[in-house]
Ligand binder design. Sequence first.
Ligand SMILES: NC(=O)c1ccc[n+]([C@@H]2O[C@H](COP(=O)([O-])OP(=O)(O)OC[C@H]3O[C@@H](n4cnc5c(N)ncnc54)[C@H](OP(=O)(O)O)[C@@H]3O)[C@@H](O)[C@H]2O)c1
Length: 336
Amino acid sequence: MKAVVQEEYGSLDALEVREVEKPAPGDDEVLVRVRAASVHPDVWHVVSGHPYVLRLMGAGFFKPKNPIPGTDMAGVVEAVGKNATQFQPGDEVFGETIGSMQWINGGAYAEYVTAAEECLALKPANVTFEQAASVPTSGYIALLNLAEVGQLGPGQEVLVNGAGGGVGALALQIAKAQGARVTAVDSTKKLDLLRELGADQVIDYTREDFTKRGDRYDLIFDIPGNYPFSECRRALSPDGKYILIGHEKFGESGKRTLGLIPHFFKLMFLSLFVKQLPKPNFSMPSKKDTMVVFRELLEAGKITPVIDRTYPLSEASEAIRYLMEGEPQGRVVITP
Ligand SMILES: NC(=O)c1ccc[n+]([C@@H]2O[C@H](COP(=O)([O-])OP(=O)(O)OC[C@H]3O[C@@H](n4cnc5c(N)ncnc54)[C@H](OP(=O)(O)O)[C@@H]3O)[C@@H](O)[C@H]2O)c1
């Protein structure tokens, strides 16, 4: 089969399409013929090998253990392992090819990939393969972090900073689906997209600083983390919560060794004294449960992924570069 191959960490230009052996499903896995695989910042992390700590976290010390990038995909089941009972050849599925929440390659930028069946769900008929492939990892991050503050509801004011990106667009829509009123912050050209996604109010970060408007929110869901917590706090109600996702801006943050990990430890420490920071919670929902939630949300039309551009497998490096530099309005997807 054809696959994008990454022999070493470093430049996007080193990615190339090669003929490699088609994988065989393990006992609990299914083999999927990939129809679409999405591009997200964690793909860049593993291709570049930054921050360095990811090499100690399972990605591979000197070079990637799995040479084929990509983790989120949608496609058609080709074969199933002997213990896999949920799916049959011909089923249209979407999901992740890695079971953990790690910076590792998952093999999705290929014509075929294997995945644990618990990381997959049937693709709803009302969404395309491209749309379905864009949801799993960014949706998991959005759902996991929104769950930190419990179920949102009518009357609650939520601000999503960076709402036009992969995680933000889903956080916005999930918060709306739960009944909250959402203020979405992003750059000028994404404001129409944010309105389309259901934002009640939009703020252009190039013109206005949301921390100085005098408005108060029950939740600030902060993706870029461009203001310190002390400034975001001005925009929180007394019982409001602040959640940081963090974004290394494809290396621009300069945190090449540990990334944002020290900053998260600082917030975890502060959470012992500041009630607006949720206490660390190490219980994570299973991928299986979250895939069921995504399927339901997609099927009900409560989340609608927007695709900006698709690229063929042979242009995977251009696709990642476009995510980094092109300010996409919606998701970037690779179609083998
Ligand atoms: N998406 C995933 O599947 C995924 C998976 C694992 C981890 N993550 C992590 O989650 C984080 C976010 O990922 P993402 O996919 O949402 O990234 P993204 O698609 O790059 O989105 C970031 C958004 O923030 C906006 N932004 C940049 N500067 C801003 C500012 N000063 N104020 C407000 N908005 C600003 C960007 O807009 P402009 O660039 O147009 O300014 C963009 O719309 C990353 O750290 C990533 O590593 C994401």
